[in-house]
Design a protein around this ligand. Structure first.
Ligand code: GDP
Ligand code: GDP
Length: 464
């Protein structure tokens, strides 16, 4: 069984753009079916491995009078009734409008699952709107750009646990409808049934990325505990990105293999341009990205690009150096690796570096711990009180500069988001704060609150 997602929101926020992106070419218009109004559009959507029905209130015009307001409300309520999950979209460039409040109200009353998306958030101009979206009281907004395909990873993260719960419901419903058992058989069946795999715990999403032959397939096989993938010396033997579910030492995980990345990277040269490639998609959908290096040839261009990409996408990152069993001078090698890491990937300062042998399984327990810890840090929330005490200390140790004789005042700081952690500093002249001061604060946060292995975002914002 699949689920239905309704996209609701006032006109022009980008609902159709997202609809078209999720439905792709297989757009199924239903408006010529009897009894279905032209105002609700329905399509078969896919997002990575999720398949679902999507409903869009496409016919809405900008509301100018009361009758339209009523129509908008009715239409939205119908869409909400049809849907298992509602995606409520606002325009982050505009911020929260009175119409948005009307929608929020309907959703709070009628929908069990609401996902909030702040769209058109591809630039800095949207920062304020994204933060404003919190005021709707519908949880953390997904920062999205339907037009540029950004934020789909977060959408997936939000949809997956809900999708899983529908899948589970379908399974438990199945015996009642499909099989005719006598009472006795039913009882026996119950006792003999295997323990259900716990699906309520949301699997941690991990992508294993790295250059060809780094040992990705071997590593995933080791983790899965059986030969799920073919491995071999020739590059490109595994198929395009696939995700595998497993329980690794008690932790449910969904692991994305990214073998597809290398083939396409060769064709298109620039990894940055692979906006729809499987490899990039794996990075986007992952919560933690494991960059797997070959100890013999570590930190190649392709490794650096992938690691940088993961950082820019805001994923937690763990560096794993593979084929450690082949190393003779382990001490010396490790020292070299750490030096190269600091020099070549300064943007990932503090990310854990673990040595493993995918072949023998050595070091995999440490890798799992590093993944869990990076995930933990990625989700870290720091209280406003702690942050402001900390900020005062940072300013005392190193006051912000005074461009043109005017001292920048940092007034207040709060954590606006997690996954990865993002902080907002309210200040005078936000545009005058030099990059070096931003870096000073970010590095300080990382050290003082012990946050290795995660990107940290920091926004300066003027008083509004
Ligand atoms: P709807 O009325 O809510 O269905 O909105 P549309 O999908 O028709 O989009 C309205 C306008 O916003 C169109 O011009 C889109 O191209 C534009 N738009 C949609 N998504 C984005 C986005 O992520 N960023 C920007 N800058 N524009 C967008
Ligand atoms: P992929 O292209 O990244 O998926 O790499 P594979 O998993 O196919 O591995 C490429 C080659 O490296 C294979 O011949 C593996 O047997 C070998 N290999 C992978 N991991 C290790 C390891 O930890 N130690 C050694 N010695 N060889 C390894």
């Amino acid at each position: 069984m699949s689920f239905t997602l309704a996209i609701v929101g006032r006109p022009n926020v980008g609902k159709s753009t997202l609809f078209n992106r999720l439905v792709g070419k297989k757009l199924a218009l239903v408006d010529d079916q009897p009894g279905v109004t032209r105002d609700l559009r329905e399509g078969a959507a896919r997002l990575a491995d999720l398949r679902f029905t999507i409903v869009d209130t496409a016919g809405l015009e900008e509301v100018t009078d009361d009758s339209l307001q009523g129509r908008m409300r009715r239409l939205t309520e119908r869409a909400v009734d049809m849907a298992d999950i509602c995606l409520f979209m606002i325009d982050a460039r505009v911020g929260v409008t009175p119409s948005d409040l009307v929608f929020a109200d309907i959703l709070r009353k009628k929908s069990a699952h609401v996902i909030l998306a702040a769209n058109k958030a591809e630039g800095k101009a949207a920062d304020a709107g994204v933060i404003e979206a919190y005021s709707l009281g519908l949880g953390e907004p997904i920062r999205m750009s339907a037009e540029h395909g950004e934020g789909l990873n977060d959408l997936y993260t939000h949809l997956m646990p809900i999708a899983d719960s529908f899948a589970e419901r379908a399974q438990t419903d199945a015996p009642e409808t499909d099989v005719d058992l006598t009472e006795e058989e039913a009882e026996l069946g119950d006792e003999d049934a295997p323990m259900p795999v716990p699906t309520d715990a949301k699997p941690l999403q991990v992508a294993v990325v790295g250059r060809p032959n780094a040992g990705k397939s071997t590593l995933i096989n080791q983790i899965m505990g059986e030969d799920r993938l073919l491995t071999g010396p020739e590059a490109g033997i595994t198929r395009d990105a696939i995700s595998l579910r497993t329980v690794w030492d008690g932790v449910p995980m969904r692991i994305f293999d990214t073998a597809g990345m290398r083939k396409k990277a060769k064709i298109q040269e620039k990894l940055e341009k692979l906006s729809v490639s499987d490899g990039l998609r794996a990075v986007k959908f992952a919560e933690v990205v494991v960059v797997l290096l070959d100890a013999e040839i570590p930190f190649e261009q392709q490794d650096l690009r992938i690691a940088d990409l993961a950082e820019r996408e805001g994923r937690a990152v763990v560096i794993a150096v593979n084929k450690w069993d082949l190393e003779t001078d382990k001490q010396g090698k490790l020292k070299d690796l750490r030096e190269s890491f600091e020099r070549l990937l300064p943007q990932l300062k503090g990310a854990p570096l673990v040595t493993v042998s995918a072949k023998t399984g050595r070091g995999l327990d440490r890798l799992q711990q590093a993944i869990m810890r990076a995930y933990d840090v990625w989700n870290r929330r720091i209280t406003t009180a702690q942050l402001n005490r900390w900020l005062a200390g940072m300013m005392e140790a190193h006051p912000p500069p005074a461009p043109q004789g005017k001292r920048i005042k940092l007034r207040y700081m709060t954590q606006a988001k997690t996954r990865p952690p993002g902080f907002v500093v309210m200040c005078s002249h936000p545009d005058k704060v030099p990059e070096s001061y931003n870096r000073y604060l970010v590095n300080g946060l990382r050290i003082d609150f012990d946050m290795p292995g995660t990107p940290i975002r920091l926004w300066m914002r003027g008083q509004s």
